[in-house]
Design a protein around this ligand. Sequence first.
Ligand code: ADP
Ligand code: MG
Length: 274
Amino acid sequence: MTEGSEYQKLRSHLAFLRMTAAAEALPGELDHALKQKLTHQGFLERLLSLEVDSVEQRRRAGLLRFAALPSPFTLSDFDFSAQPSVDRKLIDDLATLRFIEDATNVLLIGPPGVGKTMLAVGLGHAAVRAGMRVHYTTAADLAARCHRAAIEGRWATTMRFYAGPRLLIIDEVGYLPLPGEAAAALFQVVSQRYLKGSIALTTNLGIASWGKVFNDDPMIAGAMLDRLLHRSVVLNIDGDSYRMRSHRARAEATRRAVARPKMTPSQPGEEVIT
Ligand code: ADP
Ligand code: MG
């Protein structure tokens, strides 16, 4: 076999195996190997690690798309000094993702603006980075999707969809009351993940008020809380809204600027031109 036809064969093997990154890099890598007098092992290692990197990158990009995380914030963006009620050690421990190994749930409870979504999404990014399947949804979107699925005869598929990810983030439980059918959908999602996959759930309602989410159905609220809390980490975040804090700081700065008396030169000898 001539060198040229060997090269063509090699290209077509790589194409057949869908090793596109390796196929693209092949001429350059052959040149490099020749110039650097690389061993066969050395050459092959470089070529394959290029392919591995590219597959890894594609996989991460796919996981990130599937996760549908609503913001790019990671846990390192969280300003702990602004929210003293959040225990940094606990968040650091969650960031190790051990909680996902034993299907522990994370409940983030607190008023609007205190960083519940940011923390849940931060955990989501950490899990994606670790190569895990994550999916983010709001409770309202989950309910709407389940409603459509019921009408279109795709209930079982949709339930499997929510059972799949290693970490399911359900944001904003309790902002809107969930009608009977929606509550039943949420209950089924929580039940089927029980002891199998983690849920990170955010809510503005203290646990005692959960009946309200479920149209004052204490049975379903109780059964759901039972499953959620059995193996769980609960973060009660109180304190100021971060949004309001920065809004207030801006408003305060504006107010001060407006209220500041007109500067008049007061240095002795300075002329006042009027
Ligand atoms: P919640 O879900 O509790 O209503 P969010 O997580 O949406 O609050 O936070 C509201 C806004 O404030 C977001 O833009 C978020 O990034 C920011 N934020 C909240 N808490 C912090 C914090 N401790 N450090 C940095 N940004 C924060
Ligand atoms: Mg939120």
